[in-house]
Write a protein that binds this ligand. Structure first.
Ligand code: A5A
Ligand code: ZN
Length: 478
């Protein structure tokens, strides 16, 4: 690569779609050149972000769940058991039909999700009320033959990082509490990524195939569209009846179990990148940044003093638990700044001969460009402070941005005017016919009903004029 090519600038973030595509390549997140549609390759740098992100979700789930792993292949007869589930997924399934040149007796589905792989085993594992609740999760790849426009990290045909949890409970109510818990876990997970999410109960026509109901979390993207970044489903005893998952209750009766499942994917990384990035590239929250601080020696001739000081700073930072790296490449300082800004490194620490003489370093924040001079003996404390501040500033900024882009609307005209900027809150009577007409007229989707709405009139349904007992989020969706 020539120096010029390396420093080619990104399109402005206002052209979000182009910015996003260019950034994935320039910041070395994904390589989109793999020759199968909807499949992409992780660059090692992107994969390190993924590792940090998935460590957080694992940390949160490991408190009450156990991690496991089920097979990728699902026999046709298991896959075809639950009628609603099949209807929802049959157009999206890839089938394995041959072993070498021999046709298989039983066709095998590549899992689009793992209910039908896991639940035949749950039938064997769940015996008594003492086995419940059962809470397992896995992080695996899943395959969906998506027909809508595919996009790296957002709509994949191979989802490489599908985190799915599957829980079993004695009662419908306990399962319902688990769905709430899942949404709390996801909200906390996204807070650690400095990404605010909005929870809402999906309308019936948009729930998971085979579920009683679905609650989703959505992130608001820079272009005003929302991205569904997680879902939790109450499965009732629908799958338990199909897969015969029963337990013996304390009175000795055989009772069908109640289940939930909830999932997130690398869409979490799409949201993180898109919400915080700027015209210069990635801006990573310290929690997930592969490098939290890059140290740049400002030297024009070889100066072993400066290099030594940089190495000492690196050691000090690493001892504090900060992921620090020195850039000792031959590039000019300007080229180094450019490279690490593109990669979203939260802090840049510059040390030159004059700084060294004065016993100081300069710390530059990636999120707001702020520069401060810090005594070298104070460097790790100052870096820690700055990292903490970046993490919380990014979240506050993102929260303020979402709040400013939710609009209370009472008519469809009003909604149409506001949607290019964000999300509308609109009264709705709850009838499916009205809901579908709203979606049709505004050319966008109903996300769902936000939680915590007490009964009571919330205005009039813009379609039928009847009193509305709820308000729904309406948005253009990815
Ligand atoms: N078994 C349940 C958990 C399930 O499959 N739910 S789901 O279909 O809603 O998927 C879970 C989450 O995965 C979604 O909320 C969405 O964030 C993500 N997801 C779904 N399809 C995807 C795709 N094609 N590419 C990337 N992420 C996807
Ligand atoms: Zn209505």
């Amino acid at each position: 690569m020539t120096d010029k090519k390396k420093e080619a600038t990104l399109p402005t973030k206002k052209d979000f779609s182009e910015w996003y595509s260019e950034l994935l390549q320039a910041a070395e997140i994904m390589d989109v050149r793999y020759p199968v549609k909807g499949l992409y390759v992780w660059h090692p740098f992107g994969f390190t972000i993924r590792k940090n992100v998935y460590n957080i979700i694992r940390e949160l789930l490991d408190r009450e769940h156990m991690e496991t792993m089920f097979p990728l292949l699902i026999p046709e007869h298991e896959f075809m058991k639950e009628a609603e589930h099949i209807k929802g997924f049959e157009d999206e399934v890839y089938w394995v039909t041959h072993g070498g040149t021999t046709p298989l007796d039983v066709k095998l589905a590549l899992r689009p999700t793992s209910e039908t792989a896991i639940y035949p085993m749950y039938k064997l594992w769940v015996r008594s009320h003492a086995d419940l609740p059962l809470k397992l999760y896995q992080v695996v790849n899943t395959f969906r033959y998506e027909t809508k426009h595919t996009r790296p990290l957002i709509r994949l045909r191979e989802i490489t990082s599908f985190k799915e949890a599957h829980t079993v409970h004695a009662t419908w109510e306990e399962a319902s509490e688990q769905v709430e818990e899942a949404i709390r876990i996801y909200t906390e997970f996204y807070r650690r990524l400095a990404v605010p999410v909005l929870a809402s109960k999906r309308p019936d026509w948009d729930k998971f195939p085979g579920a009683d109901y679905t609650i989703a979390v959505d992130a608001l993207m820079p272009d005003g569209k929302t991205l569904q970044v997680g879902t939790a489903h109450h499965l009732g005893n629908n799958f338990a009846r199909t897969f015969d998952i029963k337990y013996e209750d304390p009175a000795g009766e055989q009772v069908y179990a109640h289940q939930t499942c909830y999932g997130i994917s690398e869409r979490s990384i799409a949201a993180l990148i898109s919400i915080h990035g700027d015209d210069k590239g990635l801006v990573l929250p310290p929690e997930v940044a592969p490098i939290e601080a890059v140290i740049i020696p400002i030297v024009f001739k070889v100066s072993s003093d400066v290099i030594q000081a940089c190495e000492k700073v690196q050691q000090t930072l690493q001892k504090t638990g900060i992921r620090a790296k020195i850039d000792l490449s031959d590039d000019r300082p300007g080229a180094k700044y450019y490279r690490w800004e593109m990669k979203g490194v939260p802090l840049r620490i510059e040390i030159g001969p004059r700084d060294l003489k004065n016993g100081v370093a300069v710390i530059v924040r990636r999120d707001n460009g702020e520069k401060i001079q810090v005594p070298l003996e104070n460097i790790s404390h100052a870096a820690e402070e700055a990292l903490r501040s970046i993490q919380s500033t990014l979240f506050k900024k993102a929260v303020a941005d979402v709040q400013a882009r939710i609009f209370d609307c009472s008519s469809l005209e009003d909604v149409k005017e506001k949607l290019p900027e964000g999300i509308a809150l609109l009264p709705w009577c709850g009838d499916k016919a009205c809901g579908l007409q709203i979606e049709e007229e505004i050319g966008a989707g109903i996300l769902g009903i936000p939680p915590g709405q007490e009964e009571g009139c919330k205005g009039q349904c813009p379609v039928c004029g009847k009193d509305a007992s709820v308000k729904v989020y309406v948005a253009r969706k990815y």
